[in-house]
Design a protein around this ligand. Structure first.
Ligand code: PEP
Ligand code: MN
Length: 679
């Protein structure tokens, strides 16, 4: 026991050193901010420098036998923090000393998401935060701001799952307090209860109704009744006050820590990504330095005239101003008329934005600028593995001729049209078909938690951006391993979450589509199912992207007709995959049809990726085929790897080791870059 104690003391000592180092690093960051502040032409953010720092960290971490992914996450947070500190220093430091007291009101109790997000905002915003929580409603917070009891009001305005908070939008229209800042909080709902309790003992679960709604799937599988409470943190307080083993709350981990309660289950929300955006309303507008990324919010009502909205949107588009949100709400005094709330990227003091606003004003009955404020990215904006931008290409940008008319008549949805850009299809936050070449990798089959988590880490470190893994395996023999089924899908999703990788898995039957779509970011149709038209139609009714593999005896036209099946049902998010076809040649598992890549590119706007693993059937051949695919112009690769290839339960002959996967990336990258794309 004495050894344990001294080991812990050692950890405490190291942690204190870490904090001291973070403080020193922040001092250096501030010094740089001052230099930048004196030379207004130096951009605030230097992506190249950030990439170099990241590369240096990764190399140093690996040299010490540490995970470059986890160490990279620490760096990401440091960079986020540093960036905000630097931006904050640009804000009129002479006018607004950091000692100025800011009384900020919010609705809810201590530990609520509003409280947590407010702390986060003021970690780098100038002014000394004096929190005033406990207001029962949003209106009450605004009332206190009106009476001058507060300097600022902090209100949630939208959630990425539940949508806009209508009440707050109404308050923005009724009052004239400007938006002066925003904050984004990643919501991670946990089930919390008394220490030592297990999930099975819980009979009552309390939380805010929206939080309960966001955890429908978890609640559906537990025999507990739910009860609404006005605030998630208040639900936690009730659990503590009652002291009953069978009562739990859904709220943040921070609340559990603050109350001395225990996290019984994590990740209980239906969606992995759940963000709430808050706005800070002030007594008067606060100018934002031109070098800071900024947003502007508008309120407008239109002349009641045909095409008025289209004209207004056209004015922003013509000036390349990016709109990030358009919300319409009823105009209570004029039935069937609407007010529009618009958010755009840009500063209202920027001449380009100001000119656009002048022009749109002529089309509007009302235009109010609700505020210009610093744009706060969500943590997702800055994943640590950033691709290096491609060098300027020698290869001319492809011209875009249309597919032949006869083809476009037959398969109108997948046919490429004259002058229309190629489609990009997103799997989670990863875009396929754009400037960036993507690597999807993972084992043939999910075999165990340990195997898939290990694989996910290795994929991430090699530079993969999507995790693959089969849970329902279409095996040629009924006696071979058939996959873990739904529990495999769960394990895959869990591993993907842990390493921030979206996941793709195969679906064999129509009846499983909905359930797998709840967990997987993309659904794969295997070669053996390419013409299972019932399955294709069902997939056409989902909103998940579909990775459609070419059948081993299917022509390119048949592959595209299969894509058309999905698209004709409504789902336009199809990614095509060439994976080898059956020919008279027996020295490879299939024959990789490299020419399919340029042929498909000519006929369709859909992204095209290549699976060299199933084409080769032999790990030695995977890398050369991957190089060929990249050279032919594929948008990405899907390859099989295994933490321990010799023990793979499925397709072990073609499974790459992690070393092989890194080598593949090293060999493919220069080819991709020579074509003017990043990887
Ligand atoms: C797979 O990707 O796991 C697979 C079974 O591939 P295919 O359908 O191309 O044979
Ligand atoms: Mn396989």
């Amino acid at each position: 026991m004495a050894e344990l104690k001294s080991a812990r003391e050692e950890i405490d000592r190291i942690d204190r050193e870490l904090i001291a180092l973070v403080a020193d690093r922040m001092d250096a960051v501030r010094a740089i901010a001052e230099l930048k502040g004196e030379s207004p032409d130096v951009p605030l953010r230097d992506d190249r420098r950030e990439r170099e720092v990241l590369a240096a960290w990764s190399a140093a971490a690996e040299a010490r036998g540490l995970s470059s992914y986890y160490v990279g996450r620490i760096l990401r947070e440091l960079l986020n923090y540093s960036r905000r500190v630097q931006e904050g220093l640009l804000d009129r430091p002479e006018v607004e000393p950091s000692t100025r007291v800011c009384r900020v009101g919010y609705q809810g109790v201590e530990g609520s998401y509003s409280d947590l997000a407010l702390e986060k905002l003021y970690a780098t915003r100038s002014g000394k935060l004096e929190k005033r929580g406990g207001y029962p409603t949003f209106r009450a917070v605004i009332g206190a701001l009106e009476r001058g009891e507060l300097d600022y009001a902090f209100l949630p305005i939208e959630n990425t799952i539940a949508g806009s908070l209508n009440e707050v939008y109404t308050l923005l229209a009724e009052r004239t307090f400007p938006i002066v800042d925003e904050e984004i909080w990643p919501v991670e709902h946990c089930l919390i209860g008394l220490p030592g309790v297990t999930v099975d003992e819980i009979r009552t679960i309390r939380s805010h109704p929206v939080a309960l709604q966001q955890c429908g799937r978890f609640l559906g599988t537990h025999a507990a009744t739910t009860e609404s409470v006005f605030d998630t943190a208040a639900a936690g307080e009730q659990v503590l006050a009652e002291g009953r083993r069978d009562v739990a709350a859904i709220c943040s981990e921070e609340t559990a820590i603050r109350l001395g309660l225990e996290v019984l289950a994590r990740g209980v929300a239906d969606e992995t990504h759940n963000f709430t955006r808050f706005v800070l309303l002030g007594q008067e507008a606060e100018p934002v330095d031109a070098r800071r990324p900024a947003k502007t919010s508008l309120l407008m009502t239109l002349n009641h005239r045909q095409g008025a909205l289209a004209e207004v949107l056209g004015i922003f588009a013509a000036r390349s101003i990016n709109l990030t949100k358009l919300e319409s709400r009823p105009e209570p005094r004029s039935p069937w008329e609407y007010r529009f709330y618009v958010d755009l990227d840009g500063n209202s003091a920027d001449p380009r934005v100001a000119a656009a606003l002048d022009e749109v004003r002529t089309h509007l009955n009302v235009l109010r600028i609700l505020g210009t404020y610093p744009r706060r990215g969500s943590e997702l904006d800055s994943l640590p593995v950033e691709a290096e931008p491609a060098p300027p290409s020698e290869v001319p940008k492809e011209s875009l001729p249309a597919a032949p008319k006869s083809f476009a008549d037959r398969l109108p949805r997948c046919a490429r049209r004259e002058g229309v850009e190629r489609s990009e299809v997103r799997i989670g936050s990863v875009s396929i078909g754009g400037d960036r070449f993507v690597l999807i990798a993972g084992p043939c089959a999910v075999e165990s938690r340990q195997q898939i988590v290990r694989a996910a880490g290795l994929v991430r470190e090699a530079g993969g951006v999507v995790l693959r893994g089969g849970a329902f395996k279409p095996r040629s023999s009924p006696y071979s391993f058939q996959g873990l089924g739904f529990s495999g899908v769960e394990l895959l999703a869990e591993a993907g979450r842990q390493f921030e990788l979206p996941v793709v898995t195969e679906v064999l039957r129509s009846e499983d589509v909905e359930r797998i779509a709840e967990r997987a970011d993309a659904l794969q149709v295997g070669a053996r199912n390419m013409q299972n038209f019932a399955l294709l139609k069902t997939l056409g009714q989902t909103s998940r992207p579909v990775l459609l593999k070419r059948g081993m005896s299917a022509t390119i036209q048949e592959l595209l007709a299969a894509a058309e099946y999905i698209m004709s049902e409504g789902n336009q998010r199809v990614i095509l995959c060439e994976r080898g076809i059956r020919t008279f040649e027996t020295s490879t598992r299939s024959t990789l049809d490299v020419s399919a890549v340029p042929v498909l590119k000519r006929l369709t706007h859909l992204p095209v990726i290549v699976d060299p693993s199933h084409a080769a059937g032999d790990r030695e051949l995977v890398i050369p085929l991957a190089r060929a695919a990249a050279a032919a112009g594929a948008d990405g690769l899907i390859v099989e790897m295994h933490p321990n290839p010799r023990e793979a339960l499925c397709d072990k002959e073609q499974a790459l080791s992690d070393g092989d996967l890194r080598r593949l990336v090293d060999e493919v990258r220069p080819i991709v870059r020579s074509l003017g794309r990043s990887f």
